[in-house]
Design a protein around this ligand. Structure first.
Ligand code: ATP
Ligand code: MG
Ligand code: MG
Ligand code: MG
Length: 483
């Protein structure tokens, strides 16, 4: 099954269960001061769970572009080094706003995975919330009783509050989750170690694919729970991981979601991708991942800049450029050349990228030209700094130096930290922040504007999304398009 078919089957399946199929909200979170980027499918529906606003339908499903590079969910450091965490990924989801509850959510999830996608039943595990006495939240008996006849007791894992209980915040809607995990190891490996013992153990081939959240409580200010008058379902399934499972691959990067882009990287670098932990392979994964985050962010109205969300995008792009430069010998703009493949691949699902492909490619190219201009010199300077430190017997790069690299060569502190880590060093983060604040105070005094910015992101850095031209209200909601 191709990734296109896998996505389409998901949407078709939930449409057949009377769900309204809506479009992904933009990557950049709109009208939500608590969130920089959309990092889950439910973010755009948050208001409905809080009782503000009426959903367009009591049953909704979609694929949501997510970015997990900041705040509570930050997977950036794992990208390239593991095979299943991305910066940008698609989260497939189905929702019930005060309509169906656990029974349907669980039965349909199982039906979709085993009947439609034909995932082997003996490779799936499910978790239910074990309860937390201290916090006064009960064991999810209801989910357990529903799963038991489906998977058998020995495939059920009892999950703790961290993995199996969802809360929006200190107060408000919350409830237990059931996660579905898949064991993709070879029969020999399975015979040696039971898959059950590897669930939630960071094993690259025993991975969580789907999280079903059952919102049934309201947490009050005094910490106590009361039942919600209307109970909701919120599910999220990692699309790329699902593709890995269905296509029988050992890594998300071996699925057709990524192979097209990796092929172009191979052509540009003249190196073959081997799927190992070698630096060149890590670099290819980082690049194949980061180009998606950067391209989709730009096509959703966010450009690299020196502030907030724009700066996060700039850092991701620079991280990829540096990997290509250091480990694939890509010394000319290359990220920009990956845009057409991506735009074409997603033309039907996320047409906003294809519609702006030239703009996106141009923004990335300009950013590459500017960063590549100083990258070589900066890396040389950093080598010098590191060997000086060696001489002094210290393992920490001073904050002032991190600041200088940032200021003169455009090395974001996390890039310096990354290079430092590769050489067994750390950076003085606090010292860097101090130097940065001092510079900000100086420039406020001088009343000069930040140099090198293409765009001045407004105060709050909330970029208004203007990509779709539907009338107000549910701007992002469109009729289901066949893909
Ligand atoms: P994990 O434990 O693997 O980090 P999670 O519990 O943080 O995942 P959820 O918040 O439950 O993830 O999100 C729902 C689903 O989204 C997960 O079951 C997983 O399939 C997928 N997912 C989460 N984070 C990522 C990521 N960084 N890249 C790709 N898919 C992801
Ligand atoms: Mg996570
Ligand atoms: Mg998890
Ligand atoms: Mg989870």
């Amino acid at each position: 099954m191709t990734s296109h078919e896998i996505r389409r089957h998901f949407l078709d399946f939930f449409q057949s269960k009377q769900h309204l199929i809506v479009q992904s909200a933009p990557l950049v979170a709109k009208n939500d001061p608590t969130l920089m980027f959309n990092n889950s499918g439910m973010a755009q529906f948050k208001d409905f769970f809080l009782g503000n606003g009426t959903p367009p339908s009591k049953r909704v499903a979609d694929t949501q572009k997510c970015l997990r590079v900041s705040g509570k969910h930050n997977d950036l450091e794992d990208v390239g080094f593991d095979t299943y965490h991305h910066t940008m990924f698609e989260m497939l989801g189905n929702w019930s706003f005060g309509d169906y509850f656990k029974k349907e959510a669980i039965t349909w999830a199982w039906e979709l995975l085993t009947d439609v996608y034909k995932l082997p039943k003996d490779r799936l595990y499910v978790s239910v919330f074990e309860g937390d006495k201290k916090d006064n939240v009960p064991f999810d008996q209801e989910a357990f009783d529903l799963w038991k006849p489906i998977v058998g007791e020995d495939r059920i894992i009892y999950g703790n509050k961290k993995d199996n209980f969802w809360e929006m915040g200190d107060t408000g809607p919350c409830g237990p989750c059931s996660e579905i995990h898949v064991d993709l190891r070879s029969p020999e490996e399975v015979a040696q170690t039971p898959g059950k013992s590897l669930v939630n153990a960071d094993h690259p081939q025993v991975v969580e694919i789907w999280n079903l959240v059952f919102m049934q409580f309201n947490r009050k200010a005094d910490g106590s729970l009361e039942p919600l008058p209307a109970r909701h379902v919120d599910t999220g399934m990692g699309f790329e991981r699902l593709c890995m499972a269905i296509q029988g691959k050992k890594s998300n990067y071996d699925t057709d979601v990524f192979t097209g882009t990796i092929r172009v990287i191979e052509e540009l670098s003249g190196k073959a991708y081997g799927g190992t932990m070698d630096k060149a392979d890590v670099a290819m994964r980082v690049i194949a991942d980061h180009i998606r985050a950067v391209s989709f962010a730009i096509s959703d109205g966010l450009v690299p800049s020196n502030a907030k969300a724009g700066y996060v995008i700039r850092r991701i792009l620079r991280r990829a450029i540096r990997y290509g430069y250091s480990y694939l010998n890509l010394t000319e703009p290359f990220m920009t050349k990956l845009v057409p493949t991506l735009a074409q691949q997603f033309a039907d699902v996320f047409p906003e990228l294809n519609a702006q492909r030239d703009f996106v490619a141009t923004v990335i190219r300009e950013e590459e030209i500017s960063f590549l201009r100083t990258l070589g010199t900066g890396l040389g300077r950093l080598d010098q700094i590191i060997s000086d430190l060696d001489g002094k017997g210290t393992k920490e790069i001073p904050g002032e130096t991190v600041f200088e690299l940032n200021d003169t060569f455009g090395f974001p502190a996390d890039l310096t930290a990354l290079i430092a880590r590769e050489k067994g060093l750390t950076i003085d983060e606090a010292g860097f922040q101090k130097a940065l604040q001092e510079q900000k105070a100086r420039s406020r005094k001088d009343a000069t504007s930040t140099a090198g910015d293409w765009i001045d992101v407004n105060e709050t850095d909330r970029v208004e999304f203007v990509g779709y031209d539907q009338p107000e209200a549910y701007t992002h909601i469109v009729k289901y398009r066949k893909i």
